[in-house]
Design a protein around this ligand. Structure first.
Ligand SMILES: [Ca+2]
Length: 504
């Protein structure tokens, strides 16, 4: 049946004068901040393979999510619809897999489709000829997968395994159908467990603190309620890997410590040896120091970044493996490659780790697209794009119809003209969860400003001038002289809420 569909699609393409549809490899990491890619100007790490992809393709400098958290972002990407319409407003919801998704449409249009790695949508993947996914958050070491419905455990490091499985699937293809391969990394999700071979990287590096690291939250009182600071909320064991039975543990981290121990129990003898050797220096450094408060905070920040960035080293290497495979197998000229993350992440900005907030480091996500012959090498687009746009983009480039109820906009026109005058002037964001002390909020971001409405008690508004204050330290909402800007942004919010059918 699939073969017949492919022939029909191919005939239709041929008769309309189109070239054969391109293959698509969609690579997504989990919580990969733009601050940790050198093509985005990172001060922390070199990512040569991702840089190469950006050099060969187009880098989207102003790419944002609609709701900065894992499962919701995945649902937005699959459906091209905001969270309030796709049924996954938060990480607790189960994705209704009978919905229309872009992989399903591509499959109906003759594509072979595969989904490998972190799925995190509770229901089983649909629309894929092959799927092999991590259950829930998945493990970093010797992870269990669900292979087309069957339990399978692989030995090794999760980022390598996801790429191994992806390349295996590419090699196993028969026939000439175009393919969609979704490669979803688990890394660098909390608690940032690196490959053993990288445990000594960044050992002697002192990372610069971000400009907003010592933010005192003045004018944004709700920030005192969150439980996501490097200083107070990182768990010594789970996050920082310092063995310490007597260290205080926040209630929210009790489960996590158990998970952490379970992960370490699953290591084989050789892996245990590598682990112990890898963390020797960190443990000794902590044990032999008597830090004051600021020094301890900085030590935690350094420890956090070491492990987070070690995870990125594996991501970058494995992106390199995929790029090399495509060249070696003559696929690089007819394969679109997308690299993105499910959202951004705080690497110490505002003293935080994690995401959720509409502040820039969390809202913004890396997005690089290489479409041979269409994106011009090395181009940078500053258009305001969102993860909402991925589904319509990939449908359009594959020559498939975009359903009317998809809310994103295909990026295709930007490939030819990165500063397209017809593009949207504002994006809409809404965060529906309320865990970790982060209030629900929604808002609008234009090229120059951001207005956020936090549903605190009593509710609060924040206004930022992003050109004057890129680190979002000064809430201008109550300052006199901003009434016109605020009125304009509030009417933009209303306009966007109507456009995206946001319920009251
Ligand atoms: Ca995530």
């Amino acid at each position: 049946m699939k073969h017949i569909l492919y022939v029909i699609t191919a005939i239709a393409m041929f008769s309309s004068g189109c070239k054969e549809p391109p293959n698509i490899i969609f690579i997504m990491s989990d919580d990969h901040a733009t601050q940790a890619l050198s093509c985005y100007g990172s001060r922390l790490i070199e990512t040569p393979n991702l840089d190469q992809l950006a050099t060969d393709g187009m880098l989207f400098n102003k790419a944002f999510v609609t709701n900065s958290i894992c499962a919701p972002s995945r649902a937005v990407i699959l459906t091209g619809k905001h969270s309030h319409l796709n049924g996954v407003p938060n990480n607790h919801a189960r994705f209704d897999s009978s919905q229309v998704t872009f992989p399903k449409i591509l499959q109906k249009n003759g594509y072979r489709t595969a989904m490998i790695g972190k799925w995190h949508l509770k229901s089983q993947p649909t629309g894929f000829d092959y799927w092999n996914v991590l259950p829930g958050q998945g493990d970093y070491y010797n992870p269990r997968f669900i292979n087309n419905g069957y339990d399978t455990t692989y030995h090794g490091y999760v980022t390598d395994i996801i790429t191994d499985l992806s390349l295996d699937w590419l090699s196993s293809r028969k026939g000439k159908e175009p393919f969609l391969l979704m490669v979803h990394n688990k890394a660098p999700h909390r608690n940032w467990m690196p490959d053993f071979k990288h445990l000594n990287d960044f050992d002697d590096v002192e990372f610069p603190q971000p400009a907003s690291f010592q933010d005192d939250y003045s004018g944004r009182e709700h920030l005192h309620q969150q439980k996501l600071t490097v200083a107070s909320h990182m768990d010594m064991v789970y996050d920082l890997k310092i063995p310490c039975d007597t260290c205080p543990v926040e209630d929210v981290n009790r489960w996590a410590r158990g998970e952490y121990n379970r992960q370490l129990m699953a290591l084989d003898t050789e892996q245990v040896r590598s682990w112990n050797k890898g963390y020797e220096q960190e443990i000794l450094h902590y044990a032999s120091s008597s830090f004051n408060e600021d020094e301890l905070e900085n030590w935690k920040y350094q420890r956090y970044l070491q492990d987070y960035l070690r995870c990125i080293l594996s991501i970058d290497e494995n992106v390199g493996r995929i790029l090399e495979y495509l060249v070696q197998h003559g696929l690089s000229e007819n394969t679109i490659i997308v690299y993105t993350s499910d959202q951004g992440f705080f690497l110490g900005e505002h003293g935080l780790f994690d995401k959720r907030y509409m502040y820039e480091e969390s809202l913004r996500t890396p997005l690089i697209i290489k479409y041979p012959g269409k994106t011009k090498p090395g181009q940078v687009s500053n258009a305001l794009v969102q993860n909402l746009d991925i589904a319509p983009t990939l449908l359009e480039v594959a020559g498939a119809d975009i359903p009317d109820d998809m809310q994103g906009q295909s990026l295709r026109s930007l490939f030819e003209s990165p500063a397209s005058g017809e593009w949207r002037e504002a994006i809409y964001y809404q965060f529906f969860e309320s865990g970790w002390g982060v209030p629900q909020h929604y808002g609008v971001r234009t090229k120059s400003h951001k207005l956020i409405h936090f549903l605190t008690e009593p509710d609060t508004w924040e206004l930022y001038n992003l050109e004057d204050d890129p680190h979002e330290m000064v809430n201008l909402y109550v300052d006199p002289g901003n009434e016109a800007v605020i009125m304009d942004l509030k009417s933009k919010i209303k306009e966007l809420q109507n456009y995206y059918q946001v319920p009251d």
